[in-house]
Design a protein. Sequence first.
Lengths: 90, 489
Amino acid sequence: MNIEYVANLARLALTDAEKIRFSQQLGDILHYVEKLKQVDVAGVEPMAHASPVFNVWAADVPVAGLPVEKALQNAPSQRDNLVAIPKVME
Amino acid sequence: MSEELIFKSIAELGRLLEAGKTTSVALVQAFAARTRAVDGRVKAFNSRDEANALELARASDERRAQGQARGPLEGIPVGFKDVIAVDGQPLTCSSKMLANYVSPYDATVTEKLKAAGAIPWGRLNMDEFAMGSSTENSAFGTTCNPWDLSRVPGGSSGGSAAAVAAGEAPVSLGSDTGGSIRQPAALCGIVGLKPTYGLVSRYGLAAFASSLDQIGTFAHTVEDAAIVLGAIAGHDSRDSTSFETPVSDYRVELKKRTGPWRLGVPREFFGEGLDPEVGASVKQAIDFYRKAGCEIREVSMPFTSEYAVAAYYIIATAECSSNLARYDGVRYGYRSPNATNAIDLYFKSRAEGFGEEVKRRVILGTYVLSSGYYDAYYLRAQKVRSLIRDEFMRLFRDCDALLSPTTPTAAFKIGEKAADPLSMYLSDIYTIGVNLAGLPGISIPCGFTAAKLPVGLQIIGQPFRETDLLAIAHHYEQAHDWHQKHPDL
């Protein structure tokens, strides 16, 4: 596994020590899951979940959402009823 | 402190409340006093709001006085794993990422329990974001097993299990993604029920692996688990995998069914890796059913026993990496003060907010979903999952339920497996297939090792047939007194 490539996809900054440790541990785990390659899965449908329901649609009627103050109560930073973040562009 | 109250079943507490022999306020006071006395050692609670619980208890006592009691949970304190939303209370997932998060709404199970008159009692410790089997992955410290404080309570719902086992709460809620209710219930010597996927709404449960997560309950007795299940089960349009099925009065029904049942015993679950003392207790439990007239069938699950753990750690980590993408330091949760721009904010907030096991799983999940690897890992694991479900369903043509150990060993030492993630993953080997197949499972106490550590019997049922599962478990419990033994603290 190219740990730096994958960490970038995951938007996760890793320390050098973490890169070394995770590479080794994930290598062990990937080696263990290799056994799935022995299984003949030709013609088998993939299973996304176990509930016997599919294509569930919500009724097209408006329902109340969270009020603004509750929706923002956990925001790390806010201004004018909006979530504030550092500048995206200079 | 009322020592005589803290280990009673909620069925019994309900009778005392009804007869006017105690009050909800007295119950909250008793469990709060017990928690003050022992939780410095057990460390099951992340937080608790005694004043709020007392206020709700007073309202409950008032309803009862006016003849408006709402049923068997009226006035009963219920502990919450710190992953299920209670409006106005902290929800931390035992993560630095959510250390200051306060739920802005109630989970569906919380709404239902409040409507039934129950009192939310405390936020219980867990492995961070429910990822782990020992509660050692909590950002707030490890919960200790009440039977031996140097050992883990299991996980990920370790706080929920330890709180009930230690008499700090009479029942509690947990969540089970790969065994996170059944395994800690077994290691703490109590009842742990994981319902069929789709029976209990996941709305308001912080997601780990959405196709596997299911809310369930810890209790001293099977009847108590049935009482709580009856209150939290049912269809909910806010969870799109919630299933429309009638909810039985499990408490009444479980006593009507007395067997005999056809019970399968998968021989692979008694092989290499199973501790002999655990195996001996479970075999005695199987003998009990045989003597009670049940037909015991030795069955084989070669596929599940060989491939379930591997398929699980691909599917669960894939879903975890997707679900945990929401923690980006923007709308809620931890935000790094060291970020210089918006993209940097993601990288640093996640690096500083997540613990080691969460990072490991996010990386693995991202990898198995990444371009070029998706088919080889994720899609293949989903196909293997179909085959695992098929293997269970084939056995259910001739068996009403399956019996096995819940765990390969009794509670292990704190620190024993922390350095080796794979060996920790393998401690879930008997429980994981149940989640992949979406089945209901229960762990009930079935003995102790020579070192006085509890052993759990796992019973695996057919989808949406919780009544049979509970009846089979109840039948055993009626003839044994393991559930009446409590740790010395």
